[in-house]
Design a protein around this ligand. Structure first.
Ligand code: NAD
Length: 172
């Protein structure tokens, strides 16, 4: 059964329509998806703005349409890449297939003997966390790049204000 259960990890800073598109295409190929929220310990930094809990909120409503069973699991970083796959395995239901485009993630799972499938990129220059955070900082429109649930969470927590503060010169 675990051969039909796939693992997909991202930082989701924030969760955007590129991620949603990838998950929709993975859902066509497997029965269950484990979604790892990477760098779960990080928040309130210019590149890692949202807490793991906020990222869970962004994804939950958007994933209702996925049509396959899924599990959202926050996973903290560890300082040793060589044992990171074991760390992931210790936190997740069993799986055999990994979907990723991140070269380090691909390499570490391949070395550990997993089947890794590359997911197609969906308008990467437009649908990227870096581009969305840039637009927020520059006061440009960003809502069309994310699911409604992500936009609602960012509004609710004052995400744009948070980004401006943590990106200002005097932040720690
Ligand atoms: P991300 O949110 O940038 O991307 C997640 C996935 O979505 C990636 O495969 C990416 O290629 C894909 N993606 C992004 N935009 C897309 C688009 N427009 N179309 C299609 N696909 C798109 O997250 P990430 O940085 O890849 O996440 C990896 C996580 O694993 C990080 O949190 C990292 O810290 C963690 N990690 C930790 C260790 C360690 O702790 N030692 C080691 C390896 C990885």
């Amino acid at each position: 059964m675990d051969s039909r259960r796939a693992f997909y990890i991202g930082r989701f800073q924030p969760y955007h329509l590129g991620h949603q598109n990838v998950l929709e295409s993975i859902a066509q190929e497997v029965d269950e998806i484990i979604i790892g929220i990477g760098s779960a310990q990080a928040s309130h930094e210019p590149d890692d703005l949202f807490t793991a809990g906020e990222r869970v909120l962004m994804m939950t409503d958007a994933l209702e349409t996925l049509g396959v069973k899924h599990y959202i699991i926050p996973i903290e970083d560890i300082r040793r890449n060589s044992v990171w796959v074991s760390h992931v395995i210790s936190m997740t239901p069993p799986f055999k297939v990994v979907y990723s485009n991140n070269p380090l993630v691909i390499r570490l799972f391949e070395e550990a003997g997993f089947e890794v499938r590359q997911s197609p990129l969906f308008k990467r220059e437009r649908y990227s966390g870096t581009e969305i955070r840039r637009r927020m900082l520059d006061g440009e429109e960003w809502e069309s790049l994310v699911p409604t649930s992500t936009a609602e969470v960012i509004r609710e927590i004052g995400g744009v204000g948070r980004l401006k503060i943590v990106s200002s010169g005097d932040s720690v």
